[in-house]
Design a binder for this molecule. Sequence first.
Ligand code: ADP
Length: 542
Amino acid sequence: MLGLMQEWPLLCHKVIDHAALYHGNREVVSRSVEGPFHRTSYSEVRARALKLAQRLDRDGYGVGDRIATMAWNTWRHLESWYGILGIGAIYHTLNPRLFPDQIAWIMNDAEDRMLFVDLTFVKLAEMIAPKVPSLERIVILTDDAHMPETSLKNAVSYETYLGEADGDFTWREFDERTAAGMCYTSGTTGDPKGVVYTHRSNVLHAMAALQPDMLNLSSRDRLMPVVPLFHANGWSTAFSGPMSGCAMVMPGPGMDGASIYEILTREKVTITAAVPTVWLMLLQHMEKHGGALPDLTRVVIGGSACPRAITKAFQDDYGVDVIHAWGMTEMSPLGTLCSIKPDYSHLEGDAKLDLQTKQGHPPFTVEMKVTDDENEELPWDGKTFGRLKVRGPAVSSSYYKSRGAEQFDAENWFDTGDVAHVDPHGYMQITDRAKDVIKSGGEWISTIEIENLAVGHPDVAEAAVIGVAHPKWDERPLLVVVAKEGRSPSKQSLLDFLDGKIAKWWMPDDVLFIDEIPHTATGKIQKTTLRTTLKNYHLPTA
Ligand code: ADP
């Protein structure tokens, strides 16, 4: 017997309807690309998204069309997403930090018909557009007064484009499994792979993200996603924010420490989210210039492992709780968050910080397991590590055009490519990317753990550990360090600092000081580049 409840398709535009109806006057504040702060509300965002949808519909766009965006977090970018979603088209976020040829490759793969682009990236778009034959029209996210001189064909300002619609439009209805968004993974190995979200997966994922043990968002919050909407589906903030009715603060192009500090305090942000490198910049800014964060209650940190020193600084120096998070583009992206369950609420000081180096536990909708290479499940003892696999309604079932099929098995388990262990309370900890793990004499050494400790050294700004060839042990760890400005720690002081904190055989065989560590387009340490550059590095122990 089937139940007798209504079919109510989980469509993304229902989220902005809800926000406009019940939280209509809640603010959406942005640092605009043009410079000044801009203030609007959910009801206004919805009204303008409807105009955009109407205009797109009139121009012949609809279900299944890929519409790219290359933009900072602003109200216009948010409106674009909902306008695109409301006709069943697909927002396809582009990461402007990729090389132009990579972006063109991705756009051609997706066959994007339109591009919404910020002023900042017009020059970049001029390089790319001629290489993307499917591209018909370009909307520059500004008004006529700020339209730049451009060689882009068929370019129009966003305000003019919108202005030609009156907003008398109703969202289109379609199956909740319709594609809603596209985001390509960085492709550190091989070509980038397209992840395709559905309306249903976005809505379910946002509902999961709102839960108290996850982001715990409410209408009383002021949420600032520093993580760009173009990174891993914006960590769900474009949906979970409006769904909760919280105010949204959009940092626009101001991603440096001073700008982030200014907007956090000026706009009384209560919760914010970004990768560790952003928070490092903020903390360094505050260390230098002073400051306080009286309104901020929690900061979500993920994308790469959050160093213990960052967590300690936020909590001990500024009274802000850190929520360590792990996820992937393929998971919409949130997989686990490290909120404190009653089992650990007694922890304080170092013991609490130890717990917070873990990536945490999943919300309802994410199943996880850890297996060995033969796909046998490993025990949840907090130390046995293996391949981390996940499944759930907001986890990819395959990549666009069936790439990377080997990562999915018949029971829908997706192999994340991460190596992790899980403790008896379900707290997961990433020990490495499978391809970064160091195999020394057949045993695995976790590079992340050593890096986390090394950045706790008072003179260290950033650290990376890679495996370097060794005649006896196959590979041994090399610690690569960028010192803080004006400091010059010695190799011995680093080794002394690690001594006693890690197993003896995990001790790096050498320490190399460099000026800059290469990063990926999403702010992660680019170990492939480091490994290539240091391929012939001669360890003193070799
Ligand atoms: P991209 O690969 O395009 O940079 P993703 O955000 O999809 O973007 O990357 C996901 C990967 O990032 C994860 O598989 C994991 O290796 C790493 N990652 C994300 N969050 C964390 C974290 N908190 N700790 C360690 N690694 C993390």
